[in-house]
Write a protein that binds this ligand. Structure first.
Ligand code: NDP
Length: 610
C-alpha cells in the first residue's frame, strides 16, 4: 500500500504546500480554543439578561388588545418564513380558520429582528425569497439586504391574507394537549385561551439571541445591546449606515461571525473608536453582489424558482447537473470541496480515503485563497495574521463580504485577538478586559449569535405538553425523536417546521416551504377523512430516528470533531453520541422526494388517524 506521501505525490504532483503542516496548524489553533465548559459557556437571555431577547425596539409600545377565547382549526406559532409558509400552504389547501401567533410586531422573523446595519442574506435572492413567481416581485440585487427581505415577508402575508389572522406582540406561554376535547390549548402572556385542533410550531432555528458568560457581564455601566435588537436610538442611522451618534463613542464588538462581518464596516466608519474582540476569525470570501438583470428575470420560464432552488441544492449535494445556475461562492465551495462527499456514509464504488483526501486538499487550497485575500487587503502585518482562519471551510458558516477586511485599515479600528484566553476575559463597569488590558468603552455590542444547538427548550419560552402530561422536551431529552423531523409520538395533531431530522439546506426558506406543504397536506387529509386526530406511532418514530442515525455519515462526524469549536460542532463536543440530531444525510432534494412519494401513496404511513 502506498504511503500517504506517495499517494499525495501521485494524486497531486504539483502541490505547492505541505498538507501535514497545515493539518498540524489547524489542530493547534483548534486546541487553543477548546473550552472545558463547551456550550455551557453561554448564558441565556433570561432573568436579569431577559431584555437582550425580550426588548423589542421596533414594536408599538402602546399596542393592546383584549384577551381571546376562541376555538380554531390551526394555531401557527411564529410569523417568520416558516410560519409564513405554513400560512400560505394552509391557504393553498383551502384551510382558512387559523391564527399566527408572534412575539414581534410584524411578519418577518429573523428579518424582523435582525435590522443591524448591512444585514444581508448570503443566499442568492432568487432562491431565498419565497413565492417570487406568485407575488411577481423582482429582487433588486443577486443578494438582498434585510429591508427588502422584511418587505417581502409582508408582501407574502398580504398576498395570502395572513394579516387578519396574525396575533402580534403576543408571547405563547404554554401549549397543552387536552384529551377530553382533542384540542391544543395555547396560552399567551396576553391571557388568551386559544383552543386549536392543530398546532404548527414555526419558531425558527436562530430566534433566540445568546450571550457569552463572560465574568462581570452584568457589571457594565455603559450602553449595551445584542445585534439582533440593534439600538438605532443610540447609534443613529439605519440599515444603510449613517450611525452618526457614534461619532464621539468608543464601541466594543464581541464576536466575529456572519453578523459581525456584515455590521463591523458600518461601525468602523462611524465610531470614534472601534475595538473588535475576535476569538476565531471568519472565512471571508468575495461577495460580488450585482443588480438583477431585469430582462433576464422577466423572461424566466414559469416554474423557474423551484427549478433553481433544486439546482442549487443539487450542486451543494454533489449531484449531477448540466449547469450551476446560481454559480456563486456557495456552489464554488461545494463543487470544489464536495460537501456531499463529507456527509456520505460509504460507497463501495469509491475509494473513500482518496475521496476524503481530495476534499481535504481542495479545502486547503480554498482556505489558502481566503488567507491570501487577507494578506492582499489588510495593510498591517500583525492584524492580517490574526484575521486568517486556520480551519476547514465548513467548520463555520462561510461569510462573504467586500468591506469587512478593509475596515481594519482604518486608524480608529483595532482588532483584539482573544484566542489565547479562549475569549474575552472579563467585563467591568467601564469596559472589556483582554490580554490583561482594560479597554474602556461607551458601548458593548454582542455579536455572539443564537441558541441554535443548545437545548431546544432554551429556544422557546414555553413548554409543549402532550398526551399524558409529557413535555416535548422530556421526550427529546436524549435527542430529537420525530417522523420526518415534523411530528412526534405522544403529540397528536402537532407539527414543527425546522432544521432537525429533515433535509437541511443553507437555503432555509426552501426547506420551510416544502415542510409547510407537507404539514398542510397532513392537516387537510385528517379533516378530509373525517378524523379527529393524527399521531405518529412509536414504531414509525423509532424507524425514522434509526434511519437518521444509520444514514448520518461517519465522515461528517469525524470532520466536525477536528473542527475549531463553534455551534456546528457543539463547541468542540462533536456529534458522536448525538447522531440522531443529524439532518437527513442524502440531502434536501432526496428528502423532498421522499415526502412527495409518501403523500402520493396516500396511506399516511407511520401515522395513526383516529
Ligand atoms: P455566531 O454564532 O456565528 O458567532 C458568534 C461569535 O461570538 C463568534 O465569533 C464567537 O467566537 C464569538 N464569541 C462568543 N463568545 C465569545 C467570548 N466569550 N469572547 C469572544 N468572542 C466570543 O453568530 P452570528 O450572529 O454571527 O451568526 C449566527 C448565525 O446566523 C450564522 O451562522 C447564520 O446561520 C445566521 N446568519 C446568517 C446570515 C446570512 O447571510 N444568511 C447573516 C448573519 C447570520 P468563536 O467563533 O470563537 O466561537
Amino acid at each position: 500500500m502506498a504511503s500517504e506521501r506517495e499517494r499525495l505525490h501521485n494524486l497531486f504532483p504539483d502541490l505547492d504546500f505541505d498538507p501535514g503542516a497545515l493539518r498540524e496548524k489547524y489542530r493547534l489553533e483548534r486546541d487553543k480554543r477548546i473550552r472545558e465548559d463547551g456550550e455551557d459557556q453561554y448564558i441565556e437571555a433570561a432573568s436579569e439578561f431577559a431584555h437582550y431577547a425580550h426588548d423589542d425596539p421596533y414594536a408599538d409600545p402602546d399596542f393592546d388588545r383584549d384577551a381571546l377565547d376562541v376555538e380554531i382549526d390551526v394555531a401557527v406559532i411564529g410569523a417568520g418564513f416558516s410560519g409564513l409558509m405554513a400560512g400560505a400552504r394552509l391557504k393553498d389547501r383551502g384551510i382558512t380558520d387559523f391564527r399566527i401567533i408572534e412575539s414581534g410586531g410584524d411578519f418577518g422573523g429573523t428579518w424582523y429582528w435582525n435590522r443591524y446595519p448591512g444585514a444581508q442574506c448570503d443566499i442568492e435572492s432568487y432562491c431565498y425569497l419565497p413565492l417570487l413567481e406568485e407575488t411577481g416581485f423582482m429582487p433588486k440585487d443577486k443578494y438582498s439586504y434585510a429591508p427588502e427581505i422584511f418587505d417581502h415577508s409582508k408582501r407574502v402575508a398580504e398576498y395570502f391574507g395572513l394579516y387578519e389572522r396574525a396575533l402580534f406582540q403576543t408571547r405563547v406561554t404554554e401549549v397543552r394537549w387536552h384529551e377530553e376535547d382533542n384540542r391544543w390549548h395555547v396560552a399567551t402572556h396576553r391571557g388568551d385561551d386559544i383552543r386549536a385542533r392543530f398546532v404548527v410550531q414555526a419558531t425558527g432555528p436562530a430566534n433566540r439571541p445568546k450571550l457569552p458568560g463572560i465574568p462581570g457581564i452584568g457589571d457594565f455601566r455603559g450602553h449595551t445591546f445584542h445585534t439582533a435588537r440593534w439600538d438605532y436610538e443610540y447609534t443613529g442611522g439605519d440599515h444603510e449606515g449613517g450611525l452618526t451618534k457614534l461619532a464621539d463613542k468608543r464601541v466594543a464588538v464581541i464576536g466575529t461571525g456572519c453578523t459581525a462581518i456584515q455590521s463591523v464596516p458600518f461601525l468602523g466608519e462611524h465610531a470614534e473608536k472601534l475595538h473588535v474582540f475576535q476569538r476565531t476569525p471568519s472565512s471571508v470570501d468575495l461577495r460580488g453582489n450585482m443588480p438583477t438583470d431585469e430582462e433576464w428575470y422577466r423572461n424566466l420560464e414559469p416554474g423557474w424558482q423551484r427549478a433553481r432552488r433544486e439546482n442549487f441544492a443539487s450542486v451543494l449535494f454533489g449531484q449531477n447537473v448540466t449547469e450551476d445556475l446560481v454559480a456563486d461562492g456557495w456552489t464554488d465551495i461545494a463543487r470544489r470541496i464536495g460537501i456531499s462527499l463529507m456527509t456520505r456514509k460509504s460507497d463501495e464504488a469509491l475509494d473513500m480515503e482518496e475521496v476524503a483526501l481530495r476534499a481535504e486538499i481542495a479545502d486547503f487550497e480554498k482556505m489558502n485563497e481566503i488567507r491570501g485575500r487577507v494578506d492582499g487587503t489588510v495593510a498591517d502585518g500583525e492584524t492580517a495574521e490574526a484575521l486568517k482562519p486556520w480551519y476547514r471551510q465548513f467548520c463555520k458558516r462561510p461569510t462573504f463580504n467586500d468591506e469587512y477586511l478593509e475596515t481594519f485599515n482604518r486608524d480608529n479600528v483595532e482588532l483584539i485577538d482573544v484566542s489565547d484566553s479562549r475569549g474575552v476575559e472579563r467585563i467591568t463597569e467601564k469596559g472589556v478586559v483582554a490580554g490583561g488590558v482594560e479597554y474602556e468603552v461607551d458601548c458593548i455590542i454582542y455579536a455572539t449569535g443564537f441558541e441554535i444547538t443548545t437545548s431546544a427548550h432554551r429556544r422557546v419560552d414555553f413548554d409543549t405538553v402532550g398526551r399524558g402530561g409529557r413535555s416535548l422536551y422530556e421526550h427529546w431529552a436524549d435527542g430529537f425523536r420525530t417522523l420526518h423531523g415534523l411530528c412526534s409520538h405522544g403529540f397528536p395533531n402537532w407539527f414543527t417546521i425546522g432544521i432537525n431530522q429533515n433535509g437541511l439546506s443553507p437555503n432555509m426558506t426552501a426547506m420551510f416551504d416544502d415542510q409547510a406543504m407537507h404539514v398542510a397536506y397532513v392537516i387537510d387529509e385528517v379533516k378530509r377523512r373525517g378524523k379527529q386526530v393524527a399521531e405518529v406511532t412509536a414504531e414509525a418514530e423509532d424507524r425514522w430516528v434509526a434511519e437518521i442515525v444509520s444514514l448520518a455519515g461517519t465522515g461528517a462526524t469525524a470532520f466536525l470533531e477536528q473542527c475549531t469549536p463553534g455551534y456546528y460542532n457543539r463547541e468542540g463536543k462533536g456529534t458522536q453520541g448525538n447522531m440522531q440530531n443529524s439532518p437527513y444525510a442524502p440531502g434536501i432534494n432526496a428528502f423532498n422526494a421522499l415526502l412527495r412519494e409518501w403523500r402520493e401513496r396516500g396511506d399516511m404511513d407511520g401515522m395513526e388517524l383516529r
